[in-house]
Ligand binder design. Structure first.
Ligand SMILES: C/C(=C\COP(=O)(O)O)CCC[C@H](C)CCC[C@H](C)CCCC(C)C
Ligand SMILES: Nc1ccn([C@@H]2O[C@H](COP(=O)(O)OP(=O)(O)O)[C@@H](O)[C@H]2O)c(=O)n1
Length: 189
């Protein structure tokens, strides 16, 4: 995403930007269905070392990246917020929650207060940082007073959705981007 401002101003730029996640989608499908073996890839991207794990979180992650590049690209805050919350927010929720998440949420014993608080804080910081980055390149123009409040709202909703005990029903690499997208579209139009 951080490379998006360096693409040309042509209408086709977003399609070129989508090639990298597309290649990774294909790669994940090939190795996820074990058409070929790549122990290094499986070790780096899975928890239990099962190739089929590549077809869940990692594949959803890259599909969301490709979707945001194609649909929202660099001239909408929506795609930027979706990817910032998924990578910066959910990513840190996992890291901090695993290490410091002894105090579990009352409605979800698999998630913790520290993990969710980290999701909100790092998701908010990542989102503001990426919005500022794209604004500095002239890709987007924001009313920052309103934008900060809206990003706080988006971060709160995404954090609440991520904390819900629905992982068995829907992967949070789908629920977090989807909830972020809906609220960001309402907030930023
Ligand atoms: C491990 C990943 C998601 C799992 O999420 P979760 O289940 O733990 O919630 C991330 C998967 C990353 C993907 C396989 C590789 C993404 C590469 C990206 C499309 C472009 C990289 C460009 C490079 C830096 C030049
Ligand atoms: N809000 C959260 C999120 C994750 N976590 C911790 O991080 C681990 C992985 O979270 P997760 O199942 O959502 O994994 P990802 O698919 O999001 O990476 C959980 O089992 C918790 O130990 C947490 O404590 N609080």
């Amino acid at each position: 995403m951080s490379a998006w401002p360096f693409f040309s101003s042509s209408a086709e730029a977003r399609y070129f930007a989508a090639v990298v996640p597309l290649v990774n989608c294909i790669r994940l499908v090939i190795y996820g269905f074990s058409f070929f073996k790549d122990e290094g890839l499986i070790k780096s991207l899975t928890r239990e070392g099962k190739p089929e794990e590549l077809l869940r979180g990692p594949l959803y992650y890259v599909l969301v990246l490709m979707f945001c590049a194609l649909v929202f690209w660099r001239d909408s805050p929506v795609g930027i917020l979706v990817l910032a919350m998924m990578s910066g927010g959910d990513g840190f929720a996992d890291i901090v929650g695993r290490r410091f998440g002894s105090s579990k949420l009352p409605y979800n014993k698999h998630k913790s207060w520290m993990g969710s608080i980290s999701m909100f804080i790092f998701g908010f910081i990542s989102s503001i940082g990426m919005l500022y980055y794209f604004s500095a390149f002239g890709c987007i123009n924001l009313d920052w007073g309103n934008a900060v409040a809206m990003v706080a709202l988006v971060s709160l909703v995404a954090t609440l959705v991520e904390s819900l005990p629905i992982s068995d029903v829907v992967d949070d690499n789908i629920s977090v981007p989807l909830s972020t997208m809906l609220v960001a579209m309402l907030a930023f139009g």
